[in-house]
Design a protein around this ligand. Structure first.
Ligand SMILES: C[S@@+](CC[C@H](N)C(=O)[O-])C[C@H]1O[C@@H](n2cnc3c(N)ncnc32)[C@H](O)[C@@H]1O
Length: 250
C-alpha cells in the first residue's frame, strides 16, 4: 500500500467538494447503484463513511463498510456515534480473503487501483464474489488507468492532476493529486490495464462484466456548462465497471 490513509483521513473526508467528485463521480456511483430500497450493501475501502451513510439515507436496509486504515474508520464511526444509522464498520485488509456476509451489492470506489499485483486483484475479486448473493452486483469506480498521458493536463480544471512514472507499464506507480481545502493531497496507486482488471474479474467467477462511460449530473451541467465537461467525457477520465454474480450455485 503506497498511500498512508491514516495521515490524510480528514482530507479524504473533505474531498466530496472536488469538482469531478461532486458533479460526476458521485452522480455515477448512485446512478449505477440504482434503487437501494431493502437492499444490503457492502462498501469496501469505505473510508470515512460518505457513501455508507448515503446508502442508508437512500433506503438500504443493511450497510457494512470495511477499510484497512484505522483513522478512516475512526471518522466513520464518530459520524455513526453522533448520528446513528445502524452502519457496521470493520477493519479489514481487502487484499486478504474476507467473509463479511452475503450482500445484494458490493461497491469499490477509488479502491481497486490500490492493488499492487494481479494476485492481489484476484484475491480481492474472489472475496467480493463470495460475499455477493447470487444475482448480486459488484460496482467499481475509479480513475481510468488507461487515460492517455496527453490528457493528464486536461484533468486540472476538474480538480485533479495525474502523473505516471511509466505510463502503460503494468505495476507502474500512478499518482493523482487532488486539491482539497486548498492543499495538494497525493494518492499513489498502481497502473494495470483495464483488460487485466477484466481478466482478474473473470478469474474470480464474474461472467457478466460491463463498462460504463462517465456522465455528468444535471447540477454539474447547469453550473459549468456542457462544453466544460467535454474533455472529461471524451477522455473517459473515470472508469465504471458493473459485474453481476450469476452462479447457479449461488
Ligand atoms: C481513495 S480512498 C476512497 C475512499 C472511498 N471509497 C471514497 O470513494 O471516498 C481509498 C480507500 O481505501 C482504503 N484502503 C487502502 N488500502 C486498503 C486495504 N488494503 N484494505 C482496505 N482498505 C484499504 C483507504 O483507507 C481509503 O479509505
Amino acid at each position: 500500500m503506497l498511500t498512508n490513509y491514516d495521515k490524510i483521513a480528514q482530507e479524504c473526508d473533505d474531498a466530496r467538494d472536488v469538482i469531478f467528485i461532486k458533479y460526476a463521480d458521485d452522480y455515477m456511483h448512485f446512478k449505477l447503484i440504482g434503487d437501494l430500497s431493502d437492499k444490503t450493501i457492502l462498501d469496501i475501502g469505505c473510508g470515512t463513511g460518505s457513501h455508507t451513510r448515503a446508502f442508508r439515507h437512500l433506503g438500504a436496509k443493511k450497510v457494512v463498510g470495511i477499510d484497512y486504515f484505522k483513522e478512516m474508520i475512526t471518522i466513520a464511526e464518530k459520524k455513526e456515534l453522533s448520528n446513528p444509522l445502524n452502519i457496521e464498520y470493520f477493519q479489514q485488509n481487502i487484499f486478504e480473503p474476507f467473509s463479511i456476509g452475503l450482500f445484494d451489492i458490493v461497491t469499490a470506489f477509488s479502491v481497486i487501483s490500490i492493488a499492487s499485483s494481479q494476485e492481489e486483484l484476484t484475491v480481492l475479486f474472489k472475496s467480493v464474489y463470495n460475499n455477493l448473493l447470487n444475482g448480486g452486483r459488484f460496482i467499481i469506480a475509479g480513475l481510468n488507468p488507461e487515460l492517455s498521458p496527453s490528457a493528464y493536463q486536461k484533468c486540472e480544471k476538474y480538480g485533479f492532476k495525474v502523473t505516471c512514472e511509466s505510463p502503460q507499464i503494468e505495476g507502474a506507480i500512478i499518482t493523482s493529486t487532488l486539491k482539497i481545502n486548498n492543499n495538494d493531497v497525493k494518492f499513489e496507486d498502481y497502473y494495470f490495464k483495464i483488460d487485466t482488471y477484466f481478466h482478474c474479474l473473470r478469474n474470480a467467477g464474474f461472467t457478466t462484466i460491463n463498462m460504463h462511460l462517465p456522465e455528468i449530473s444535471p447540477e454539474g451541467i447547469d453550473k459549468f456548462g456542457k462544453e466544460f465537461w467535454q474533455d472529461f467525457i471524451t477522455e473517459k477520465m473515470q472508469l465504471y465497471i458493473e459485474c453481476k454474480k450469476t452462479s447457479a450455485l449461488g
